[in-house]
Design a protein around this ligand. Sequence first.
Ligand code: NAG
Ligand code: NAG
Ligand code: NAG
Ligand code: NAG
Ligand code: NAG
Ligand code: NAG
Ligand code: NAG
Ligand code: ZN
Length: 414
Amino acid sequence: MWKYQALIVSLASTAALAAVDISKFPSKTDPTHFTIPSIPQTTSHDVATECQYYQSNFTVDKTQWPTVWDIATSNNMNTSAEFMSVYNAIDWTKAPTAPVRKLTAAGGLNLTGYDTVNDPDCWWSASQCVKPKASGVNPDIYACPEPETWGLTFDDGPNCSHNAFYDYLETNKQRASMFYIGSNVLNWPYGALRGLKDGHHLCGHTWSHRMMTTLSNQEVLAELYYTAKAIKYVTGVTPLHWRPALGDLDDRVRWIASQLNMTAILWNLDTDDWAAGSTPGITADTVNQRYKDFIQMGSNGTYKDSGNIVLSHEINNMTMDFFVNHYPDIKKNYKHVTDVATCMNIAHPYLEKVITFPSFDASVNSNAGTATGSGVIPGASSAPSSGNSVTPYTNFYNGPLFIAALFGLLLVAV
Ligand SMILES: *[C@@H]1O[C@H](CO)[C@@H](O)[C@H](O)[C@H]1NC(C)=O
Ligand SMILES: *[C@@H]1O[C@H](CO)[C@@H](O)[C@H](O)[C@H]1NC(C)=O
Ligand SMILES: *[C@@H]1O[C@H](CO)[C@@H](O)[C@H](O)[C@H]1NC(C)=O
Ligand SMILES: *[C@@H]1O[C@H](CO)[C@@H](O)[C@H](O)[C@H]1NC(C)=O
Ligand SMILES: *[C@@H]1O[C@H](CO)[C@@H](O)[C@H](O)[C@H]1NC(C)=O
Ligand SMILES: *[C@@H]1O[C@H](CO)[C@@H](O)[C@H](O)[C@H]1NC(C)=O
Ligand SMILES: *[C@@H]1O[C@H](CO)[C@@H](O)[C@H](O)[C@H]1NC(C)=O
Ligand SMILES: [Zn+2]
């Protein structure tokens, strides 16, 4: 019994102590009080207007960042003093020894030679494994535990063309977990700020969207580190959750993420929305049928004891529209539609504790009054909300912690 308790204590402390201190990233934003400039790119619903390049307040010193959309060790980041100190803070002798995977000529993962039956590395791409076998690794989140609950997630943002979509979510007071690509955050910083302003749960989605198991330890670390740094620089919060491109995750990659105190969020239902029309066998009808099946599962008993996490994408009008078209039926067939931090009761999904998410129960109670009929308000007509100084509408302001964080910032600035 004593041994058992000691083991729990030691496991808990391993999980709480990350090897790398990422609390000193610079930022230009106070996440509790900021302004998004009201320019056509942040207010228009016209894609060409939204996607015109703009010079933002978030100037990028190119010597401090990897090349946008290239592997995050590019631009000599891996030989920089900053990255080397991060890399050297990690005890790599403890890292799982799973090999770096290979791509086939066609660009897919080469699974040849991997023992998928015993799945020694809990390689999701081979087996959809979500329960790590290595020690010192944060286990994946892959389904909301609450019954009849749709865990709402969108990958690959922030992209320029999302204003109508974010307005629609805001009008419906609907929060989601948003998995942001570091390169997109630097390209479209006001898009990332909009995600924070609307109270979405911001998570990392790597710097360059490569298959993570095919990257070296150094490259994996850089992909995670520079994405967190970009999100912090622009929004003032450092994400503690992330998602690998295409779910490509094994215990080696999980262990490296755990050194940054980051936990992977996967999914248990995949809309394949991004693939419609571009991948053989997947059409708009395929994706619409997926949505219809997933919707039916909300009321036919499939999720009577626990919920799901659904993978969908921000990428473009097609992917966002699939969701908008099905949202009224999702609301009718599920008791709850929430971001993942809320359904997991994660009060502090960022390193900075100035943003607090409500518990699942609190979020359910605060929404109960507005749920009439399908509870969905048709979008597109809501007034653009940028240009004002706002506190994210669903987040609670925590005075004492905010002051503590300010002290932290002052100390760091010295
Ligand atoms: C790790 O993250 C948790 C929240 O997930 C936080 O409470 C803790 O302070 C973090 N630890 C470090 C060392 O960053
Ligand atoms: C950002 O730039 C705009 C001009 O484009 C300026 O009006 C605004 O005050 C700046 N905001 C911050 C937070 O620096
Ligand atoms: C830095 O990264 C590049 C690209 O991934 C690689 O070719 C090079 O060997 C790395 N340099 C060091 C010192 O690790
Ligand atoms: C996959 O890797 C094996 C070696 O492990 C190799 O023999 C095979 O040609 C590769 N397949 C493809 C499609 O690249
Ligand atoms: C997609 O484009 C159509 C036509 O321009 C527009 O009505 C709709 O609002 C757009 N959807 C989203 C989610 O942006
Ligand atoms: C619920 O609906 C899904 C999707 O149509 C279906 O695959 C599943 O078998 C149904 N389950 C029950 C218990 O009817
Ligand atoms: C961003 O949005 C534009 C316009 O919808 C689209 O053409 C482009 O492919 C998107 N890029 C990414 C990286 O999602
Ligand atoms: Zn993606």
